[in-house]
Every structure is written in structure tokens, then in C-alpha cells.
Design a protein around this ligand. Structure first.
Ligand SMILES: Nc1ncnc2c1ncn2[C@@H]1O[C@H](COP(=O)(O)OP(=O)(O)OP(=O)(O)O)[C@@H](O)[C@H]1O
Ligand SMILES: [Mg+2]
Length: 462
């Protein structure tokens, strides 16, 4: 294909794609400005083309324009969400990627590709608004929340008590707390206890899960929205404002979108927020508690949390040990849960059988305290009204699990071949005894041939 034809084809492509494309040459003059970009920014192509970028977009400078940044410092920006007003004063949200084209170590052009996601952003906010009107999520959530304090926390093991001591110290100040623990270890319990023990106790405690919502919804929920910011926007306070003076628990911070993490960082640095689409800076005083069920090394290693944000959040770190690493607490918690569910389910269980206790102590509780609580609740609900002792039959959930767990200490010691041989010998002896050494009936019961049975009896010296 000739260069001229090629150019013509490229132009056609550029003008028919949905993404906005804006290209500057090395002197900062616009050489490509396609239809999609022109629609997005409400600028005529002729107002922009062959003109110096700085002259056309007067409000932008080297810092605020990704194109100029790419030109002057070769900075590549990938998938940056930008919200700005176009020439008609309409708020536009785009996802931009900007990169320099470098040939022989010289920047010959810079390219910006912009995807218009205004509709999507508006839609998210509409959903948020509707959701807010229908279910009022934050409000129901705050009401539903049980007020826990340190008296509700059970545990006697050293590693757990250490954590609780540190948590109690944390309640004396307002420093950010980062709580790590597997699921069901009591992160929320500890976060609430810190709040209700602190001087903020008469102000709200609000919890929000960062993994539950897409970025734009979460952003609106946290920072609030302002009327006129976008179609259908209403004046609505975000969780930061609602929690003012109190504590905001951000659960699963490792799942918070990266872009939003930058905004959160700014709030923590500056102590004020700005509602989406709003202009006023609203001062806030909120203690932040964050949780993660992934270890900090991993979330830092895989970049799930910005380092600068992490250092702000991790002023006090609490690592709650999993239940299997504090076995002393198992029976203490079990007894507390027995008491709790006796009352709730109208039963009178007094204790746990030795066998049931042993299996609880052996179990490794992947779901931690919450799983123990569920096991006890299910067991109690299965007991009869006149029963006083929880036994293995009641511990149904554990039983289910144990069926799968065939790696016994014997297998670990003997290896599988020897273990199976022992098992086989044992079964043959047992069945022979049952049928009074009748070979035919024993073979039939074990579903093997008479000769095979005799062969095995010889092998095992029976
Ligand atoms: N040490 C404890 N003493 C008494 N109850 C506890 C303790 N630890 C956890 N629990 C109970 O276990 C359940 C789970 O606790 P919580 O919701 O705080 O866990 P979590 O770590 O936030 O879990 P997830 O990661 O799944 O959100 C709750 O009912 C809580 O009351
Ligand atoms: Mg939780």
C-alpha cells in the first residue's frame, strides 16, 4: 500500500471509532483531533488542529495535562479517570491513556486516547441514588450493627491477649488502625470495641465494605454527591460526613480500587472532603479503621494497596491470630456460645462430651470464631430439649468435615501402602470372626473370591 493510501485509511479509521484521539507533534501542535474527541470536548476540529495545544486549552498546564506531561517528561499515563467540564459546561468523565512516541531517543509525538464513560458514571450515580432511596443502605447498616465492646471479647491465650491490649491502647487516641485477620477472627468486633471505648463513642460508628461496590458507587457513597454535578445528582452526605466525629471502618481495604485509594489518601492528608460535583471543602474529623483478610506482605507485594496510603492507615497494626493458633480459646468460646444459644433456642445444654471436645480441639477452623459459633449454634438446635450434653452426633458440621479428612496420624506415620495393608488385615480378621471362620461367607461379604481370601490370609499370617 502506498503511504498516501495508508494515511487515508488511517484517517477513516480514526474518524469512525468511538474513542477520542488527540495527537500532538513534538512542538506541541495538534496534528490529529478526531470526531469522537471533538464531540467529547465540544471543540470544532478546526479550532484545534495545527494550533499549539497550550493556546487552545488555556486552563491546562504541564502539571494538569497528561499530553503536556508526556511531551515534556515522557510520562505514560494509563487508564486515568478524569472528570472535567467541557466547553458547554457539561461534566464529562473519561478514561484516558496518554503516551509519548519515542524514535531514536527523541519524542516525535504524543498520543491521547480517551474513552467517554460519562453515561456509565451517570448511571452508577443514578443506581446509587435509587439504592439510597429504596433501602437506605448506610442507615439500615448502622442500625443493624451490634454495639460490641471489649467486655464481649473472649480469649485467654497470650497471643490474643497481646492484640487486645494493643487495641485498648489504640482506643485512647485517634490514630489510624489497620486490622489484619483471617475471616471470622473478630476484626469487626475489635474495631467496634475500639470505637465504643474511645472518646468518640457518642458519635457514629459506620462500617463500609470496600469490595462490595464498583468504584464510582463507592466513591459517591464515601464522599457524597452534590446537586448539579451530573444528571439526577442530589445533595447527599457521604459516609465521611455521616461519621464525622466518630469512626469509619473500611472493610477489605485491599479491594478498594486504586484510583479511589489516591482520593482517600488525600482526604487523610488534608482532613477535608469535597462531594462529587461539589465545590465546598468540608472539614472532617474521622478516625479510620481498616481491615484486610490478606496478609500485609501480600497486599503490598501485589500492589493491592498504595504504599503511601498503607503507611497512613497502618499507624497501629493489629494482627489477630487465627483460632487454630490459639487453641486455649476454643473451649472458652464454645462455652460462651452454648450459653448464648441455650437462651436463644430455649435449650439447657450444660457441657460438651469429651469426644466432642477432642474433635473441636483437633479441628483447624478455616472460618475461625464465626465457624465455631455456627457449629455450636447448629449443634444446639439439633439437640433434644431434655439433653444436657453436646456430643459427636450434635456436632454435625464437624462430622461432615471429618469424613473428608482421611489423612490420619497413622497414614502419616506408616505411608499409605502399609496403612492399607494393616487395614485390610484388620477387616479380614474381623469378618472371619464374625462368620466363625467360614471362608465362603467371609469372602462373599468382602466381595472377593475364596482363593483371593485364602491367599491374603496366608500373606497376613491369619
Ligand atoms: N474473641 C471473640 N469473642 C467473642 N466473639 C467473637 C470473638 N471473635 C469473633 N467473635 C464472633 O465471631 C463472629 C465473627 O466476628 P467478626 O464479624 O468480627 O469477624 P471478622 O474478622 O470481621 O470477619 P470477616 O473477615 O468475615 O468480616 C461474630 O459473631 C463475633 O461476635
Ligand atoms: Mg468483618
Amino acid at each position: 500500500m502506498k503511504a498516501k493510501e495508508y494515511l487515508y485509511m488511517m484517517q477513516k479509521i480514526l474518524h469512525h471509532i468511538d474513542e477520542g484521539v488527540h495527537v500532538l507533534d513534538k512542538n506541541g501542535n495538534t496534528i490529529i483531533y478526531n470526531d469522537a474527541m471533538s464531540k467529547l470536548e465540544k471543540m470544532e476540529t478546526k479550532e484545534v488542529i495545527r494550533k499549539p495545544f497550550g493556546e487552545v486549552f488555556k486552563s491546562l498546564n504541564n502539571e494538569s495535562s497528561t499530553l503536556l506531561k508526556a511531551l515534556s517528561s515522557r510520562v505514560t499515563t494509563t487508564d486515568l479517570k478524569q472528570t472535567y467540564l467541557n466547553k458547554d459546561g457539561k461534566e464529562i468523565t473519561t478514561i484516558n491513556t496518554t503516551l509519548p512516541i519515542v524514535v531514536n531517543d527523541e519524542v516525535i509525538a504524543v498520543i491521547e486516547v480517551a474513552k467517554n464513560i460519562t453515561k456509565m458514571a451517570e448511571m452508577s450515580h443514578t443506581i446509587l441514588k435509587l439504592q439510597n432511596e429504596i433501602v437506605k443502605p448506610e442507615k439500615t447498616k448502622t442500625k443493624r450493627i451490634r454495639k460490641y465492646n471489649f467486655h464481649n471479647i473472649i480469649g485467654d491465650s497470650n497471643n490474643f491477649i497481646n492484640v487486645i491490649e494493643r487495641a485498648k491502647k489504640a482506643s485512647k487516641n485517634s490514630a489510624s488502625v489497620f486490622i489484619f485477620g483471617e475471616t471470622g477472627t473478630g476484626k469487626e468486633l475489635i474495631a467496634q470495641s475500639i470505637h465504643y471505648e474511645s472518646s468518640r463513642k457518642d458519635k457514629p460508628f459506620i462500617a463500609q465494605n470496600c469490595a462490595a461496590l464498583p468504584e464510582s458507587l463507592l466513591e459517591g457513597l464515601l464522599f457524597g454527591t452534590s446537586k448539579g454535578g451530573f444528571t439526577g445528582a442530589v445533595d447527599r452526605a457521604g459516609l465521611f460526613e455521616q461519621a464525622n466525629g466518630g469512626t469509619l471502618l473500611l472493610d477489605e481495604i485491599n479491594s478498594m480500587p486504586y484510583e479511589l485509594q489516591a482520593k482517600l489518601l488525600r482526604v487523610l492528608q488534608e482532613n477535608y472532603i469535597r462531594r462529587i460535583g461539589g465545590t465546598a471543602d468540608i472539614p472532617i474529623d474521622v478516625r479510620i479503621v481498616t481491615t484486610s483478610n490478606e496478609p500485609t506482605e501480600l497486599i503490598l507485594k501485589y500492589g493491592k494497596i498504595r504504599k503511601d496510603l498503607f503507611y497512613r492507615l497502618n499507624v497501629i497494626q493489629l494482627n489477630i491470630p487465627p483460632l487454630r493458633d490459639r487453641k486455649e480459646d476454643i473451649m472458652m468460646l464454645a462455652n460462651m456460645f452454648i450459653h448464648k444459644f441455650n437462651e436463644r433456642l430455649n435449650k439447657e445444654i450444660l457441657s460438651i462430651s469429651k469426644e466432642a471436645e477432642d474433635s473441636l480441639m483437633k479441628y483447624d477452623f478455616p472460618g475461625n470464631v464465626r465457624e465455631l459459633e455456627n457449629i455450636i449454634m447448629a449443634s444446639i438446635s439439633m439437640s433434644d430439649d431434655n439433653e444436657r450434653i453436646l456430643n459427636m452426633n450434635h456436632l454435625s458440621l464437624l462430622n461432615n468435615f471429618k469424613d473428608d479428612d482421611i489423612i490420619t496420624p497413622e497414614i502419616e506415620e506408616d505411608g499409605i501402602d502399609e496403612y492399607l495393608a494393616k487395614l485390610e488385615k484388620h477387616l479380614i480378621e474381623k469378618t472371619l470372626k464374625e462368620y466363625d471362620h467360614n471362608i465362603t461367607r467371609t469372602a462373599k461379604t468382602l466381595k472377593i473370591k475364596r482363593q483371593t481370601l485364602q491367599h491374603k490370609m496366608k500373606k497376613y499370617n491369619i
